[in-house]
Design a protein. Sequence first.
Length: 229
Amino acid sequence: MKLLMIIWRTQNCSIPDDDRRIATMLNVTYKKWISKLKPSLIEFFMLDENGHLTQKKLLKVRKNVEDFRSKQSTNAQARWLKTNKTSNAMAMPKLCQTDANHNHNHSKKEEVTPLTPLAGGKIEKVKKRKKKSNMPENWTPNIHAKTVALNEGFDDDERRIILQQFTDYAASSGKQYADWDSAFYNWIRSGITRNDISQRRRANGKAGSGKAPGSIVASVNRFIDQAGS
């Protein structure tokens, strides 16, 4: 079987009738090829007109394979030519029609509607979205932050604690926001802040926070959603 595979892979489906070379191809010793293998295999092989070793059935299979490949190649080329001719025939009328329409349109004078200027003759510029940045140096929240804190039920002392926590967090995490005031409003409204203030009040013997904080997991998720907006 190995010898058949070696012969099949050659260009002419044959190998030189050289015992030493055949032994090397089969990876056996010359003595083993001469004494054991060749006597039992040689009857299945023959010599061609060039004196090379080949096999009759192997030559027939090789010819059938080559004929099949040639036939497939011819059929594929015929299909390609047929498809190409059909495509060109269909494309030509469309191309002619397009050219005719193009020439017809150019023969007419196109009516151009003048642009109507905006009021005042100025074009309004689209506002660019603010880029995120680190907390500005000496940043302080605007006056509306106090109103947000009061609406959440926090007094002035608690608001100062919340502000300190927010600035510490921003400085330590390198967080960036496009609008730091809005970010601080979200921090005030977050469930994490309400939980923290509630714990501080209980530790000081005071009532809990003005609004129910809900579960810690829900509060964290809510704060993340608010801060990312």
